[in-house]
Design a protein around this ligand. Structure first.
Ligand SMILES: Nc1nc2c(ncn2[C@@H]2O[C@H](COP(=O)(O)OP(=O)(O)OP(=O)(O)O)[C@@H](O)[C@H]2O)c(=O)[nH]1
Length: 450
């Protein structure tokens, strides 16, 4: 595929043999006068001095070498880019740029003619046409980049605001990754736009990316990792290329890679958003510490389970479990150990529960388990509660820190689903039984059939 500069050269009929011709003239001139680039630069500055603002370079170093040197590949694009950027920063508009290029046109014409090379003057005029076309391209690109940079800045502010409201509920590494990604992007645009930055823009190394860290600890496994990792790696690869190209002032390359970067990050963003939605939905229905269902879902699950049990003419079992003297654990070993114990305790409950049982964290150190009983298992829930009581009694918790042993008190209620008992009623009964268990010395199960 032809590059933009190749296409422009074709349009302007600047052929490879013309470039060779210019090169051979330049060689001749250079052999006659070693300082001729500096000379023409001084000459140019004199001619264009009317446009010169104090302290500002109007025609950059390297510009004449690029124009007169005869090599019109990527380097000319880079030089014209820097030149256009320079004018853009000085506030010169399109008309000023054309006027300046006309000065350059006069300059190269008289330069060619003064050496008696009218053919060179003609060819260099084509090069000036090429520079003007490139400059127009660059200006269009600059406007586009300014626009995208503003959009990225705005997006970054918006994300910061939204996240500062939500962040206490969102995974902080994920939030940091989003914000870092956005601010990196507009810094790259700033770099490509030649704007001075307080800090050096570095590519984003994948190893230190917050997203990588978050993904490692993603408890929800909600992202399809193979696709996600490939996209994520490509985004970081692109960031290295883009920073490099931006520092080298290659706008065509920057915009090309940024386009791919945008597509990649949009796709990444889409996958992450899906994942966040799942996460937020999860937060509404699950306890964040133990990952068990929370009390807000208890009512709905209870009604559903009771309706199913009614259809099947089954008996339901409901138990309320409370860890004995849990306050002591917190007081003696701190909340961190207390939390760890709660997590391990929840895992123990899940391990012992049947597939059909529902396990909830009611709050604090209280848990609820309910489910249908096996048709022929009389007092099934009571036996199950007893098994749990024994398992807890024998278990050691928080082994990494300090092996702890605890006991539980349990209130168990069993009732036929047809009795249409409300959750409140069942819960109150289980709570009374739990209270009795505590009163009678803890580490025991109290049960009733309603
Ligand atoms: N670490 C930790 N502690 C919690 C959490 N939720 C509640 N607690 C603590 O659990 C303790 C419950 O104490 P109490 O209600 O007095 O009950 P207890 O010490 O277990 O005594 P009994 O129930 O009478 O055997 C309080 O100290 C709460 O601060 C939690 O999420 N993490």
């Amino acid at each position: 595929m032809l590059s933009k500069i190749e296409k422009l050269k074709e349009k302007l009929e600047l052929k490879p043999e013309h470039e060779l011709e210019i090169q051979s003239y330049t060689k001749q001139l250079l052999s006659q006068n070693k300082n001729f680039y500096q000379q023409i630069q001084r000459w140019g500055k004199r001619h264009c001095s009317g446009y010169l603002l104090p302290g500002h370079e109007l025609l950059l170093d390297g510009f004449y070498e690029a124009v007169i040197g005869g090599e019109y590949q990527e380097n000319l694009y880079t030089v014209v880019y820097r030149q256009t950027l320079n004018w853009y920063q000085l506030g010169l508009g399109d008309t000023d740029a054309v006027l300046l290029y006309n000065k350059v046109r006069q300059l190269v014409t008289s330069y060619g003619n003064s050496f008696g090379y009218s053919r060179l003057a003609y060819l260099l005029n084509q090069v000036v046409d090429l520079c003007i076309s490139l400059s127009v391209e660059v200006r269009t690109l600059l406007f586009k980049m300014v626009h995208i940079k503003q959009a990225a800045e705005y997006e970054s502010q918006r994300i910061n605001q939204v996240f500062s409201i939500l962040s206490s509920n969102l995974p902080s590494d994920l939030v940091k990754a989003y914000v870092k990604h956005q601010s990196w992007k507009y810094q790259v645009f700033a770099l490509a736009l030649g704007q001075g930055l307080d800090t050096v823009v570095e590519p984003l190394p994948i190893e230190s990316c917050h997203l990588t860290r978050w993904l490692k600890e993603d408890n929800y496994r909600s992202v399809e990792r193979k696709t996600f990792d490939a996209l994520h790696e490509r985004a970081h690869e692109l960031s290295t290329i883009i920073v490099h190209q931006a520092a080298e002032h290659r706008p065509e390359q920057v915009s090309l890679y940024l386009q791919e970067f945008e597509q990649t990050s949009e796709e990444l963003g889409r996958l992450l958003l899906e994942c966040l939605e799942k996460h937020i939905a999860q937060m509404a229905t699950h306890d964040q510490l133990t990952k068990l269902l929370n009390r807000t879902t208890l009512e709905a699950k209870f009604s559903r389970e009771r309706a199913l049990a009614q259809r099947l003419e089954q008996t339901l079992g409901f138990m309320l479990i409370d860890i004995d003297h849990f306050k002591k654990v917190n007081d003696e070993y701190g909340h961190f150990v207390g939390d760890m114990l709660l997590v391990e305790f929840a895992q123990l409950l899940v391990q012992h529960a049947r597939m059909t049982d529902r396990v909830f964290r009611w709050g604090g150190e209280e848990f609820v388990v309910f489910g249908m009983l096996e048709p022929d298992a009389a007092q099934g829930m009571q036996q199950f509660a007893e098994r749990i009581r024994q398992a807890v009694e024998q278990a050691e918790f928080c082994k990494q820190m300090k092996a702890l042993q605890v006991t539980v008190s349990v209130g168990v209620v069993e009732f036929p689903a047809s009795s249409e008992l409300s959750l409140q009623r069942v819960f109150a009964q289980a709570d009374t039984l739990l209270y009795q268990a505590k009163q009678q010395g803890r580490n025991q199960v109290q049960a009733a059939f309603l």
